[in-house]
Design a binder for this molecule. Structure first.
Ligand SMILES: C[S@@+](CC[C@H](N)C(=O)[O-])C[C@H]1O[C@@H](n2cnc3c(N)ncnc32)[C@H](O)[C@@H]1O
Length: 135
């Protein structure tokens, strides 16, 4: 059974992502003999993920915290998936939680609409409540 599936790799609009040329990188490295690889500026994780798929030991690194979570979820993790209950819980505004309004207050009229900012405030809070480092 494959440990990961390239077809499911999440697509992003990440500046500098190598996802568009990942098959070429795969092809260019296919005859090299090595067991481990460092993805030093890992970003989306697509390069490390491709090598993980080839059963290489991958060391993923990135200076940004959100990319650290990408590294945990896509590179270090090989078995944990979000399930339907997790998704339901993330997308539900729970009555017993006093949700912060950090995004709503600080990002008004900058990136997203007010409703989207409110959505981000409660979804981010719900995600933080999931007690599993791979989710
Ligand atoms: C072009 S992007 C990602 C490239 C990656 N191979 C991909 O396909 O998504 C470069 C990444 O380097 C990270 N980066 C920049 N300076 C860094 C540093 N000093 N140490 C670690 N990561 C750094 C950035 O956060 C960014 O995610």
């Amino acid at each position: 059974m494959p440990i990961c599936n390239r077809g499911n790799f999440p697509s992003t609009r990440y500046q500098g992502s190598k996802n568009k040329i990942i098959k070429w990188i795969d092809y260019c490295t296919k005859d090299l003999k090595f067991n481990s690889v460092i993805d030093a500026f890992g970003g989306t994780g697509c390069v490390g993920y491709m090598f993980k798929n080839r059963r290489k030991q991958v060391f993923y690194n990135d200076i940004l915290k959100f990319n650290y979570y990408i590294g945990l979820a896509l590179i270090e993790n090989s078995s944990t998936l979000l399930d339907v209950n997790d998704i339901d819980s993330i997308l539900t505004k729970h009555k017993n939680i006093d949700y912060p309004d950090f995004v709503t207050r600080n990002f008004q009229d900058i990136y997203f609409t007010n409703d989207e900012n409110k959505w981000l405030d409660f979804v981010i809070t719900n995600i933080k409540l999931i007690d599993n480092k791979y989710k």
